[in-house]
Design a protein around this ligand. Structure first.
Ligand SMILES: [Zn+2]
Length: 338
């Protein structure tokens, strides 16, 4: 049974997941799966756990899906695990309660994230939005995160192109940190931190990659990874669940713009796509925790190419080393003609 364990020295929660070893670790690129062995191909819908959500070309044809969502067969967290907290001296742990969903985002088994079309990104974002809205209705969850691991350096272990959604009984530590830094900035200057970053990038033009009607993609000033790109709404918006039909296409086009150019610049790199958004408001948090969160928190997506593993200095110091300045690669990406 998986569980959350707390490391008091770092004040950090870790998921201890012994059943993950049932999935054999892959040492090279995932193999191309055949129609027989790949349960995620269209026509093999009966081989997956029961479907939770799907976008279909034709509702009456099961195999005509563009995206399909179902529970992960090897979940990091499970609804069946009671979220019981236990203390043992300085150590505390909580049962690994949560939801872990697979999103099959491609009929083609091995399509690289950098080759996704704007429409495919749009369908993936619509799927994320629908699942976030549904999971937010379940009051047992305090935060939801969505991500895609492309390639083994990004943690991928399954050959067929897919994304994942995880719902947690607490606010995920990375999200909680963003909430605190955004709150502190808002309390100090009365504005949203990411709005201020986007305005600064717009003014300087050095690191803006592309700006559409609804979204801006930019290389963050302190990018931690080579060719890191962030995508955020132009106009302040705290929650990804509020994404409108109009803006979905623009988001798909902005993601395609970035992914295509990263694919050309880095020859289809291993990469993570991460989504950060305002968590649902829950009563068990302090009364003022969510006060003005819709004003100071700004949802966004991060594309993080993973060209190398972290070294000792990075692990010991907590400072990432990025060998290329964001303004340099921003200019390089903008010069790529497609
Ligand atoms: Zn904002």
């Amino acid at each position: 049974m998986n569980e959350f364990r707390h490391q008091p020295l770092y004040d950090e929660w870790v998921v201890i997941a012994p059943n993950r070893t049932r999935k054999p670790p892959i040492e090279s690129e995932p193999p191309t799966q055949t129609e027989i062995s790949d349960p995620f191909l269209s026509g093999n819908e009966g081989k997956t756990p029961p479907e939770i959500y799907a976008i279909r070309e034709n509702q009456s044809i099961a195999a005509s899906w563009k995206t399909r969502v179902f529970p992960n067969k090897f979940p990091l967290l499970a609804l069946e695990t009671p979220p019981v907290r236990s203390m043992n001296g300085v150590y505390s742990s909580i049962g690994g309660f949560g939801a872990h969903e697979m999103v099959i985002d491609q009929q083609k088994p091995n399509k690289h994230l950098c080759l996704f079309s704007a429409e495919e990104f749009r369908d993936l974002m619509l799927t994320f939005r629908e699942r976030f809205s549904a999971l937010y209705q379940d009051r047992r969850f305090a935060s939801v995160t969505a991500f895609k691991n492309q390639g083994i350096k990004a943690g991928n272990t399954i050959a067929h192109s897919h994304s994942q959604i995880v719902a947690l009984p607490f606010i995920a530590p990375n999200l909680a940190k963003q909430i605190e830094t955004s709150r502190e900035h808002y309390n100090r200057v009365g504005r949203c931190l990411l709005c201020d970053q986007i305005a600064s990038e717009e003014e300087k033009k050095l690191r803006v990659l592309t700006r559409g009607r609804y979204f801006t993609a930019f290389a963050p000033f302190a990018s931690r990874f080579e060719f890191e790109a962030w995508i955020a709404p132009n106009v302040h918006n705290s929650s990804f669940t509020l994404l409108t039909k109009d803006s979905l296409s623009d988001l798909g086009e902005t993601l395609e713009w970035c992914a295509k150019r990263l694919g050309i610049a880095l020859e289809n790199p291993d990469m993570n796509l991460l989504l950060f958004t305002e968590p649902p408001k829950r009563d068990h948090y302090k009364a003022d925790y969510f006060h003005h969160i819709d004003r100071f928190f700004h949802w966004h997506i991060e594309l993080l190419p993973r060209s190398r593993a972290s070294g000792g200095f990075e692990l010991a110091s907590g400072c990432r080393i990025n060998p290329i300045a964001p303004e340099t690669y921003a200019s390089y990406l903008k010069d790529i003609i497609i």
